[in-house]
Design a protein around this ligand. Structure first.
Ligand SMILES: Nc1ncnc2c1ncn2[C@@H]1O[C@H](COP(=O)(O)OP(=O)(O)OP(=O)(O)O)[C@@H](O)[C@H]1O
Length: 300
């Protein structure tokens, strides 16, 4: 479990995190969302004892990181995948970590296997691709078999295979009963990974709710229709009380079911190439939630 108690972090000229209280629970994936600069990395760094809160407390299993007796066995983190010794092999990097934390060296081969780096274990980390570096960072996070995991943007820069692999791993770590806290600035990513969503903007908590509730509450869930000529259909649906947005070669329809739209198109003899449920509503809800909080670097 991770507990934030009214945590604040002020850098000289900026408030990065503002009075943030939160409990991240075991057995589920908690997605930590917010626009760039919202304070996600700073919050995670405070959990990991790398930044000191200006106010409040960040606790892992009830204690500040600095007071954990065996920190790597309590919490593992992927914060900056590039923070590796480039001249060391993957295996030696993990061995050094194990030795300095009184972790049996046999764990090294176990975690290399989990992240799929067994073959590359003898190669210098400096020669690794971004995805391999990410895997090595995850191996380091897992080496102490911790109950709490913190991943900062773990799919950033990964190819589609890597993204799928990280998603699966994150889900299975939560299924094993661990606390998994994962940041992203992409709602679409969290939609397929998270059980619980925590959204921040400008360092403040905007939402903390189960994904299912956010989905249910997101208004605008609707229907997408694609076809060569949709004007007639758009007019008929609007006359019937639906809200219809013309998006060029497609319509976004809210307030009518798939069946309603299908029947209407059939009645009018309108040719359709696509008739599908629209999933964009969650992205919309997130954009709405964070719209006020987006920081435009150049305008401050
Ligand atoms: N060491 C630092 N010194 C000064 N300001 C900092 C420092 N670290 C972060 N900040 C500022 O704190 C705010 C929050 O940054 P943070 O990196 O935590 O956001 P984030 O949500 O992780 O963003 P991103 O998605 O871009 O990584 C930003 O305004 C940032 O410029």
């Amino acid at each position: 479990m991770i507990t934030l108690e009214r945590v604040g972090k002020r850098f000289r000229d900026a408030v990065a995190v503002d009075d943030l209280s939160l409990v991240v629970r075991p057995g589920q994936v908690t997605g930590f969302l917010g626009p760039n600069g919202a304070g996600k990395s700073t919050t995670m760094r405070m959990v990991m004892g790398l930044d000191r809160p200006t106010s409040g407390r960040a606790l892992v299993a009830g204690r500040p990181y600095a007071e954990l007796r065996d920190p790597l066995r309590e919490v593992g983190a992927l914060l900056d995948a590039k923070a590796l010794h480039p001249g060391r092999s993957a295996r030696n990097h993990l061995r050094a970590l194990a030795r300095t934390h009184r972790i049996p060296v046999r764990r090294v081969d176990e975690v290399l296997d989990v992240v799929g780096l067994t073959e590359a274990a003898g190669r210098r980390a400096g020669t690794f691709s971004l995805g391999m570096g990410q895997r090595l960072g995850i191996a380091a996070a897992l080496i102490g078999d911790p109950g709490v995991l913190v991943f900062d943007e773990p799919v950033n820069g990964l190819d589609p295979d890597g993204v799928l692999w990280v998603r699966g791993l994150i889900r299975s770590l939560a299924a094993e009963g661990r606390t998994v806290f994962v940041s992203s600035h992409l709602m679409s990513e969290m939609q397929v990974t998270a059980d619980q969503l925590v959204v921040i903007g400008r360092g403040r908590l905007l939402a903390d709710a189960p994904l299912a509730d956010v989905l249910a509450g997101a208004h605008g869930a609707g229907v997408t229709v694609r076809g060569p000529e949709l004007r007639l259909l758009a007019e008929a649906l609007a006359d019937g009380g639906a809200r219809v947005r013309d998006e060029g070669d497609r319509l976004a329809v809210v307030g009518a079911s798939l069946e309603d739209v299908g029947r209407c198109a059939h009645r009018l003899g309108v040719l359709l190439y696509e008739l599908s449920p629209a999933q964009a509503s969650l992205e919309d809800a997130y954009m709405e939630l964070t719209a006020e909080a987006v920081q435009y670097g150049g305008t401050r």
